[in-house]
Design a protein around this ligand. Structure first.
Ligand code: GDP
Length: 527
C-alpha cells in the first residue's frame, strides 16, 4: 500500500544526489565547487568558497579561525537545487587538513567526482582517495580540468587512469586542442561542438555538427585540429570501451568530461550529465539487513565528529548521513549504542557559508547534530526499531609519533584523553612491546596537531610528540609472531585490541619482512 509518506519519500530520494569531489591539491576543486554552487544559486558571489581557502594555510591560523567562528562546519557539506535535483556535495579537505575524516567522509557519499589537472594526471592524493571509493564500489565520474592550458595528450591521461587506478574510461566529450589552441569539446552523444571562448561561460555556446568528421569543424578548429579530432574519435570508436551503465554503477568504468573550471567551461554540461547518471541514495547494509532509503523509519549513521576548538564551547558537531525515512526537527530517535532515546532538536544543515536550522531532511542528506559528547564515529540512530549500520572502515596510518606527557603528575588525565580521542577516531594508538611506549598513527599531519591541541584544551595535559620514521603499518595475522624478525627498519607494536602490528620505515623493509615471514598475513587495516 502506498501511503502519502511513502510517496513523499520516493520523490525526495529519487531527486537526491550526494557526492564528494576527490582530487589532489591545486587540481581546481575549490574552483569547480564554486561554479557548481553558482549554478545552483547557492552562493551569490564568486569567490565565496575561495575566501575560505585563503584563510586555511598555517595550522595556527586554522586554530584561530576555529576560535573565532566557533565550529567550522561551513566547509563540510554544501547543498543546492538544480533542475529539480537536490545536490549534496561533501567536502574532502586536502593539504594539511587531510585526515582520516577525509576518508570517512567518502563513506557518506553515493558517488564521487574525480578531478584531474590535465597537465599533471593522476597524483598521490587522487590515488589514495580513489582507492577508498574503489573499496566501496561507488560510481566515479571524472572531470579533466585546465584544458585552457597546455596539457597532456588525452589518450595518455586515459591510459593513466587505467594503469595507475585500474579503471576503464568512457570519454563523454573530447577536447579539440589545448592551451592557446583550445577551441572547445566535441560532445559524442549530442554530436555538437561546445565552443570555448576563453572567458567566463555563463551559457553554453554550441555548434551542431553531423559528426566528428563534419567538415564544418574545420572552420572552427582549422585543418590540423580537425584531422586530429577525426583520428582520435575514430580510434575511440574502434578501440575504446563502449558506454555501459552497469559498469559505471559498479565503479568499473568512469565517464570522463573535459573542461576548464576557471572559465566555467564544460561545467554545466558536466553537472547535467552527472545528475542524470549518478545514483540516488541506495539501500545500505545494516544489522537489520538492507535498509531501503524509502523505508518510513528514520535511520542514519555518524561519519564525522568535529570538535569545537574553543575551550569555552566544548560542544561538537556530529555529522549524520541519513539512510532512510524522514527527519523532522524535534523528533525522538534511538541512539542504539547508548541504548537511549534522544531528541534531535537543533540540527543544522549546511548551505555554502550559512548554517541553517533544518526542519526536514531525507535519505542522502547530511545533518549536523549538536553533540555534548554522546556520539562516536560510526554510531547509528534510528526510529522505532534498532538499526545498526556496518562499522566504518579504519585506514592504514602513514605518519607516526611517539607521545609522552610533559608532567608525570597528569598521567591519569593523559590516559583518559588518549582513550577518548582514540575512541572518537581522532588518532590511532599503538603500544611498543616491553617498554609500553605510546605511538600515535595518523594519515594526515593535522591529526597530530588537533590531538596536541585537544589534550591541552580539554584534559589540561601538555604532550610531546616525537616524529618517527615509519611510513607503513601492517596488521599481522598468523600462527606465531617473532618480534626478533621485526628489528631492522621496522618495529613490532600492538594496537588497542592487542593485535600485533608491524611498522615499517620503507617499502623495502616491508617487502623483506613479507619474504621472511611467508606464513603471516600483512593486512592494511585491523582484522
Ligand atoms: P584546489 O586546491 O583543488 O581547491 O584548487 P583551486 O580551485 O584553488 O585551484 C588551484 C589553482 O588552479 C588556482 O590558481 C586556480 O585559479 C587554478 N585553476 C583552477 N581551475 C583552472 C582552470 O580550469 N584553468 C586554469 N588555467 N587554472 C585553473
Amino acid at each position: 500500500m502506498t501511503t502519502k509518506l511513502s510517496q513523499e519519500l520516493q520523490t525526495e530520494v529519487d531527486r537526491r544526489r550526494t557526492f564528494a569531489i576527490i582530487s589532489h591539491p591545486d587540481a581546481g576543486k575549490t574552483t569547480l565547487t564554486e561554479k557548481l554552487l553558482l549554478f545552483g544559486g547557492a552562493i551569490r558571489l564568486a569567490g565565496t568558497v575561495k575566501g575560505r581557502k585563503a584563510n586555511k594555510h598555517a595550522t595556527s591560523d586554522w586554530m584561530e579561525i576555529e576560535k573565532q567562528r566557533g565550529i567550522s562546519v561551513t566547509s563540510s557539506v554544501m547543498q543546492f537545487d538544480y533542475n529539480g535535483n537536490r545536490v549534496n556535495i561533501l567536502d574532502t579537505p586536502g593539504h594539511q587538513d587531510f585526515s582520516e575524516d577525509t576518508y570517512r567522509t567518502l563513506t557518506a557519499a553515493d558517488s564521487a567526482v574525480m578531478l584531474i589537472d590535465s597537465a599533471k594526471g593522476v597524483e598521490v592524493q587522487t590515488k589514495k582517495l580513489f582507492q577508498v571509493c574503489r573499496q566501496r564500489g561507488i560510481p566515479i565520474f571524472t572531470f579533466i580540468n585546465k584544458l585552457d592550458r597546455e596539457g597532456r595528450n588525452p589518450f595518455d591521461l586515459l591510459e593513466e587512469l587505467e594503469q595507475v587506478l585500474g579503471i576503464r574510461s568512457y570519454p563523454m566529450n573530447w577536447p579539440i586542442g589545448s592551451g592557446k589552441q583550445f577551441c572547445g569539446v566535441y560532445d559524442r552523444e549530442k554530436t555538437r561542438i561546445e565552443l570555448f571562448q576563453g572567458d567566463d561561460h555563463d551559457k553554453i555556446e554550441v555548434q551542431p555538427v553531423s559528426g566528428y568528421d563534419d567538415p564544418a569543424i574545420k572552420e572552427i578548429a582549422g585543418d590540423y585540429l580537425y584531422e586530429r579530432l577525426c583520428e582520435d574519435l575514430e580510434l575511440l570508436d574502434v578501440a575504446g570501451d563502449p558506454f555501459d551503465m552497469e559498469k559505471v554503477k559498479q565503479g568499473e568504468l568512469t565517464p570522463v568530461f573535459f573542461g576548464s573550471a576557471i572559465n566555467n567551461f564544460g561545467v554545466q554540461t558536466f553537472l547535467e550529465n552527472f545528475l542524470q547518471l549518478a545514483p540516488k541514495p541506495e539501500p545500505r547494509e545494516s544489522s537489520a539487513g538492507r535498509i531501503e532509503p524509502t523505508k518510513e523509519q528514520f535511520s542514519g549513521f555518524v561519519f564525522k565528529i568535529q570538535a569545537n576548538m574553543n575551550p569555552a564551547h566544548r560542544d561538537r558537531v556530529a555529522f549524520l548521513r541519513i539512510c532512510s525515512g524522514k527527519f523532522e526537527r524535534g523528533m525522538s530517535v534511538k541512539h542504539v549504542r547508548a541504548g537511549k532515546e534522544i531528541k534531535l532538536s537543533q540540527p543544522q544543515q549546511f548551505l555554502a557559508q550559512d548554517r541553517d536550522i533544518v526542519d526536514v531532511a531525507y535519505a542522502g542528506d547530511i545533518i549536523g547534530l549538536y553533540d555534548p559528547g554522546i556520539f562516536r564515529i560510526g554510531d547509528s540512530l534510528s526510529q522505532a526499531t534498532e538499526i545498526v549500520y556496518d562499522e566504518l572502515p579504519t585506514f592504514s596510518p602513514e605518519l607516526f609519533s611517539k607521545v609522552t606527557v610533559k608532567n608525570a603528575m597528569k598521567h591519569k588525565q593523559y590516559q583518559k584523553g588518549i582513550d577518548q580521542l582514540t575512541e572518537e577516531g581522532t588518532i590511532q594508538v599503538f603500544r611498543t612491546i616491553g617498554f609500553e611506549d605510546t605511538i600515535l598513527g595518523v594519515v594526515g599531519q593535522l591529526q597530530f596537531e588537533v590531538f596536541e591541541y585537544r589534550m591541552k584544551a580539554e584534559y589540561g595535559v601538555d604532550v610531546m610528540l616525537q616524529r618517527m620514521n615509519f611510513q607503513f603499518a601492517r596488521w599481522l595475522v598468523g600462527p606465531s609472531i617473532d618480534p626478533g624478525k621485526f628489528r631492522i627498519n621496522s618495529q613490532l607494536v600492538k594496537d588497542k585490541k592487542d593485535n600485533y602490528v608491524a611498522l615499517f620505515e620503507n617499502e623495502y623493509a616491508l617487502r623483506t619482512a613479507m619474504e621472511k615471514n611467508p606464513d603471516l598475513q600483512f593486512l592494511n587495516v585491523a582484522p
